[in-house]
Write a protein that binds this ligand. Structure first.
Ligand code: SF4
Length: 293
């Protein structure tokens, strides 16, 4: 009952937000396509990576791998070369695995249903719904951290993952799944931002309970949808990235790995990092060398 009341109230934000957002949608190449593969690639690349870094990589990636079949037929090393700079290379490996599944089970196409999409490696609820809304214009709520934050603040209520998805799905205006979700993404990113929401000029501030009542922000950084990024400088993630980057130029001797990662004084740590890369399939070991998979 609580959720139904919440939906009745929150649906009042839909018209003003569409009026605010549609005339000024941010322009991204993935907003010019209905191709499911293109949308999927953009979504996977955009997770935890700033959008201005994604655009050139997105274009380059699709030039080389315009279909799931071509992607599946390439080596992971070829994909990782383009992925350099985007970080979180497990996403790239998962995309490669997903492309192989599409070839095996879906005639080389990105499937269309939620059930089939979430069965793909690396595709969760968010990415699946993004493909459905942004490629097929389905009326589903796409809930990333930004959207979850807006919904929590408007209701001045901490929302669990299931509740926020229920509300997001329920308020999509019929036939406007693409438009509504794009507007929500832009609004959450540019107006109702995590650290400095522009409440005074916000088009829905008269519908926003947090604005009216004040108090603690009901949307902690993640709103139950994704984890905040940990510090990069000096991290294992940075060391992993250094070794993978070096492998784009050629194989690295096993004995040189710690040096390449800049952690010669921590041999044990170097061994653990290299082992994790091997287990993730992101590097390969051949005789006394590490190389791209
Ligand atoms: S009034 Fe402030 S907190 Fe509420 S929706 Fe607008 S920007 Fe977000």
């Amino acid at each position: 009952m609580g959720s139904i009341n919440a939906i009745v109230e929150i649906v009042e934000i839909v018209d003003p937000l569409l009026g605010w957002g549609l005339p000024q949608l941010r322009d991204f190449p993935w907003r010019q396509t209905n191709n499911r593969w293109h949308v999927l690639v953009s979504e996977v690349m955009s997770q935890q990576t700033q959008v201005h870094r994604v655009v050139p990589k997105f274009n380059l990636f699709l030039e080389q791998f315009p279909t799931p079949a071509i992607c599946a037929g390439a080596s992971l090393g070829e994909l990782l070369e383009i992925w350099q700079g985007l970080g979180y290379p497990r996403r790239c490996r998962n995309l490669h695995e997903a492309a192989k599944v599409m070839v095996l089970r879906h005639n080389g196409e990105v499937p269309a249903t939620l059930e089939e999409l979430v069965a793909l490696p690396g595709v969760g609820d968010y990415t699946a719904r993004a493909v459905m809304a942004f490629a097929d214009h389905a009326d589903v709520g796409v809930v990333d951290t930004n959207v979850a934050r807006v919904l929590a603040r408007v209701q001045n209520k901490v929302l669990g993952k299931k509740e926020v998805q229920l509300i997001a799905d329920a308020i999509v205006p019929e036939g406007l799944g693409w438009e509504w979700n794009q507007v929500m993404m832009d609004f959450g990113a540019t107006v109702c931002s995590a650290r400095a929401p522009k409440c005074a000029s916000c088009i829905i501030n008269n519908h926003c309970s947090w604005r009216k009542l004040g108090g603690d922000d009901p949307a902690p950084a993640t709103a139950g949808t994704s984890k905040p990024q940990s510090r990069f400088e000096g991290s294992d993630r940075q060391a992993r990235g250094k070794l993978m980057k070096a492998l784009v130029s050629g194989a690295v001797r096993i004995s040189d790995a710690a040096k390449v990662m800049g952690i010669t004084e921590y041999q044990e740590r170097s061994d653990v990092i290299v082992q994790s890369l091997l287990e993730d399939g992101l590097i390969a070991q051949v005789n006394g060398w590490y190389q791209q998979p």
